[in-house]
Design a protein around this ligand. Structure first.
Ligand SMILES: [Fe+2]
Length: 473
């Protein structure tokens, strides 16, 4: 139907004005709740006979191979694996690329544990030290004839302008969605060189009696990535495995037997909080489920740790923890508040660049927000949503585990929340030099190269201009 011109004009004017007004409101607010709505489906754990859980062939074949950084500055690697039939050897044979004849050996150790009616396989840990930077190494585990060979690349020497790319995954679990997340990370053309994992690994505790066989299947599932590049571990609530009803009263028992961390290298006294340097980044891992109040070991450690960070050596200061401090979803709301109260003034004082958390099964990126002025009597109860000394807080607990999406948000979207979306995915951070880093969030429904959210980070020590506002313009 063709309308006479005289009847079109007022109609179009009203529509155009309405559109302009809505657009203006949308962009002027600076806050984005993504309009993308993921179809609601239940996330199911992949069945035990899935190909991703396949046991490698051969008698006593090493399985569940994984690596993490083994020292403070990236010249050591901890190699871990499990043998099922017998202890075998805890030795690792390794050599530099193109130098197979000149191989080295490192001695490791083996451990086991019991959990209710479950008995673990033989869990091996071996630290390889004094590696050269920027070098590809092959390594072999197991005993003849059943050996398996993998490789990794060591990071560049610690320094302010060495490019390095991190991946971020949280709350992964072992569902079909978890598999999509890991595949997207692997296929992402922005190739992550190490994963900063923000806690909640296997979700074995969602199975009857914390079925620890699900710790084994998870480790076989992620081997395809973590045997080749280090994953830096943070503990989440699903690592606690505290179950007095079945006689299990030692918190973190499966995690500590399976996933060592280099905590002693940073003078920590427990494997749950520690730091590493990797290329241009100083990474501090905090423990949401270990004591952090005043006078506790974690509090004392962090108080001494933050002044040690030399931004002229490692410009990028990144903190990992599990329970987010700023979270506008209606899940786990304010669970991170007590830790925020304890540590946020230090994060602002020492100009932390970014804080990554998990726990909430969705994605959110904040403004540079702080709430350090509030002290219960001064009435300043609004967080300051543009504090250029404050970190950006990113929730990346969207790995795709069995508990499903957190898809209910608080309304209206708080001022401090820059972007939020309830979808599964992962993130990448390409550190270019001491001033600039490119950040992107990749939802599983998109192609591998698509960034559903992105931002250029400007370093808080070297270039502390308003980078969140620059991202919007
Ligand atoms: Fe969690």
């Amino acid at each position: 139907m063709v309308l006479p011109r005289s009847r079109i004009s007022p109609f179009l004017c009203v529509i155009a004005l309405l559109g302009f007004w809505l657009n203006a409101a949308y962009f002027c607010s600076g806050r984005i709740t993504s309009t993308y709505v993921r179809a609601e489906e239940k996330s199911l754990d992949m069945p035990l006979d899935s190909d991703v859980f396949r046991v490698p062939p051969g008698y006593n074949a090493p399985q569940q191979v994984h690596i993490t950084q083994g020292d403070h500055d990236g010249k050591a690697v901890i190699v871990s694996w499990v043998t099922m039939e017998e202890p075998g050897s805890s030795e690792v044979t390794y050599w530099k690329e193109h130098s197979r004849k000149h191989y080295y050996k490192a001695k490791g150790e083996v451990t086991t544990y019991k959990y209710y009616t479950y008995s673990s396989g033989y869990i091996h840990h071996c630290t390889i030290q004094n590696l050269e930077h920027n070098t590809k190494y092959y390594y072999q585990v197991g005993t003849a004839p059943t050996t398996r060979t993998f490789w990794f690349v060591t990071p560049p020497p610690v320094g302010p302008d060495v490019p390095y790319t991190f991946g971020f995954i949280g709350d992964l679990g072992q569902t079909f969605d978890s598999n999509r997340t890991l595949t997207h990370y692997e296929q992402n053309p922005i190739k992550g060189q190490a994963v900063l994992f923000v806690g909640d690994l296997s979700y074995a505790d969602n199975h009857p009696n914390h079925d620890n066989n699900r710790w084994d299947t998870w480790a076989r599932f992620v081997e395809r990535s973590v045997a080749y590049q280090p994953w830096i571990w943070t503990t989440g609530n699903h690592e606690i495995d505290f179950a007095p009803e079945i006689g299990e009263t030692e918190p973190f028992k499966p995690f500590t037997h399976r996933y060592p961390t280099p905590y002693r290298a940073s003078n920590s006294t427990a494997p749950f909080w520690y730091s590493i340097k990797r290329g241009p980044a100083y990474i501090i891992v905090l423990a949401s489920y270990s004591a952090y109040g005043m006078y506790t070991p974690q509090y004392n450690w962090l108080e001494e740790e933050l002044p040690k960070v030399n931004r002229r050596e490692t410009p990028w200061l990144i903190v990992l923890l599990h329970s987010p401090w700023y979270n506008s979803y209606q899940y786990h709301y304010m669970e991170g508040e007590s830790m925020r109260v304890m540590f946020e003034p230090w994060f602002v004082k020492y100009k932390v660049d970014m804080v990554f958390a998990g726990h909430v099964h969705a994605y959110e990126r904040s403004e540079r927000v702080s709430n350090v002025a509030y002290n219960i009597v001064n009435g300043l109860c609004q967080p300051l949503s543009s504090d250029q000394s404050a970190p950006v807080y990113i929730t990346i607990g969207d790995g795709g585990n069995i508990e499903g999406l957190a898809n209910s948000m608080t309304e209206p979207q708080p001022k401090y929340s820059a972007f939020r979306e309830a979808s599964f995915g992962h993130a990448t951070l390409e550190i270019k030099n001491r001033t600039h880093a490119r950040y992107g969030w990749h939802r599983n429904q998109d192609g591998f190269a698509v960034e559903a959210d992105s931002m250029w980070f400007h370093n808080r020590f070297w270039y502390p201009v308003d980078d969140v506002a620059a991202t919007k313009s």
